[in-house]
Each structure stands twice: as C-alpha cells, then as structure tokens.
Design a protein. Structure first.
Length: 267
C-alpha cells in the first residue's frame, strides 16, 4: 500500500520539490497552500491550509483521511522568512513569524496525531533550518523560531514513542528557492543606526539564496529518512561549510564563534 504523505507549503520551493520527487516514487502525496487555485498544474493535489488558522488545518487533515483512510507521514514544511534589526522589527511581525514557523507546525502535528495514534504508526518530519542552530545577525527572529521547533521536536519524540509515532528535524541550509521573495524585511530606514550593516547583510543573504543548492537534495534526504527504520533526532542538509558551522559552534568558545559570524557578515 502506498504511504500517504501530507506536505504543508507544498506549492513552491522545497515543499514542491519534495512532493514531486515522492510522487515519482509512487507515494500518495498531498500538498497544501493558502491559495490552492493558483496551482492547477501541480503534479500532486494541493489543498487549502493556512497554518495560522487551526480550522483550515483540521479541514485539510480531514480531507486526506476521508479520501485515503490513513495518514502516514507529515512533512511540516510551511514557513516564512523574516529579517531586520531586532530593535526595529515590529512586534506584530515577530509574533506573525512565530505563528507560521512555530505555533503553526505544532497545530498541524496536533491535528494528525489522533489518526497516527489510531494507526499505531506515523512519521512527522519538521523542516527547520541550519539558522536555527545559531543566532544570526539581522535574522534573529527567524533563528529563534526555527531553533524553538528544533527543541520542541526533541521533547515531542519522547512523548510519542509509546504510540509508535516517530518525529525528526531536517535543517536545510541555503537553497535556490523563492523564499527571499516572500520574506518579511524590516524597512531599511535612512536614519537607522543599523542602516549600513543591515543593508550589507540583506545583500549577502540574497546572494546565498541565489547561489543555493538544488532543492532536490532536500527531496532526496526526505525520501531517505522515510525509508529509515529509526530516524535520527536531527538531520542537516546543505553545503559542507553550512553544516560544519554547527560543529564549530559546538567546539569553539562562544566569543570566538561570534567573531567568525561577524567576520562572515562583515560586521
């Protein structure tokens, strides 16, 4: 029997690549979008879901279970970028980012768990970010929201073991997607004390995305995890130096690592 997979944020970027790859592997894939009508040519069904509105989550999960009778895998991929000096980032946008990157995934997990417990099986894959392993300048809110999801998974895994429901994190580095276009940028203010360093950092971040890895690498990683009997707690996917930066953070003194980051961002 083909495993049934639900991918949030499946209409573009990494989510779309994962969905297309798994469809080719003959899985039964459903993606989600806030505006599914925009994607009539999708290679797998796209259903309506907004991670910030719980009733849409429940409805989407119900649709999948009603059609397929089961739900085997959730790929919690929907997310949003945010940049800016923390001091100048409006509180409403900070809260909105956490609604998408942290509270949203929690609510999708809550919606699928009753079915997975009933089946006595299931796999939940949370797409986080290598940025979630470190506080990056002018990306602090994004780092915090993704880091929070990483830690949540560690706790959730232990709570779910008794039900044979497995959970893991996959942290991508920079991939060539349209994430930069949808990212919230705190305004670059002419009279801001952060104008020059923030502007330089924005340019550097956009360069990283433009020259990022092929999102099919993420799709291949997800496929491999799906076919792993006991997935690890954390996976990292990306360029060697991006993954190695996590190792360096673990072994270097805090101030030395901080200086490396500041040199990288030319601060």
């Amino acid at each position: 029997m083909s495993k049934v997979i639900l991918i949030t944020g499946g209409s573009s970027g990494i989510g779309k690549s994962i969905g297309e790859f798994l469809t080719q592997k003959e899985y039964t894939v459903y993606g989600t979008s806030r505006n599914p009508d925009k994607y009539p040519d999708s290679k797998f069904p796209i259903i309506a879901l907004d991670v910030k509105h719980y009733e849409t989550i429940l409805k989407a999960v119900h649709i999948v279970i009603e059609k397929e009778g089961r739900l085997d895998i959730l790929v919690n991929n929907a997310g949003a970028g945010i940049t800016g000096p923390i001091e100048e980032t409006p509180e409403a946008h900070i809260k909105d980012n956490f609604e998408t990157n942290f509270f949203g995934p929690i609510n999708v997990i809550k919606a699928v768990l009753p079915q997975m417990r009933k089946q006595r099986s299931g796999l939940i894959i949370n797409i986080t970010s290598i940025a979630g392993y470190m506080g990056l300048p002018y990306r602090g809110i994004y780092s915090a929201s993704k880091g929070a999801l990483e830690l949540l998974t560690e706790a959730f895994r232990m709570e779910l073991k008794a039900f044979n429901v497995k959970m893991t994190n996959v942290a991508p580095g920079d991939f060539a997607t349209n994430i930069a276009a949808g990212r919230y940028h705190a305004p670059l203010l002419d009279d801001s004390p952060y104008k020059e360093p923030y502007g330089n950092t924005l340019n550097l971040m956009d360069e990283h995305v433009d020259s990022g890895s092929d999102p099919n690498l993420m799709a291949q990683a997800i496929y491999k995890i799906i076919n792993t009997k006991n997935p690890k707690v954390h996976y990292k996917v990306g360029e060697f130096m991006q993954k190695f930066s996590i190792v360096l953070k673990r072994i270097l003194p805090d101030k030395v690592y901080e200086r490396l980051l500041m040199n990288h961002y030319k601060l």
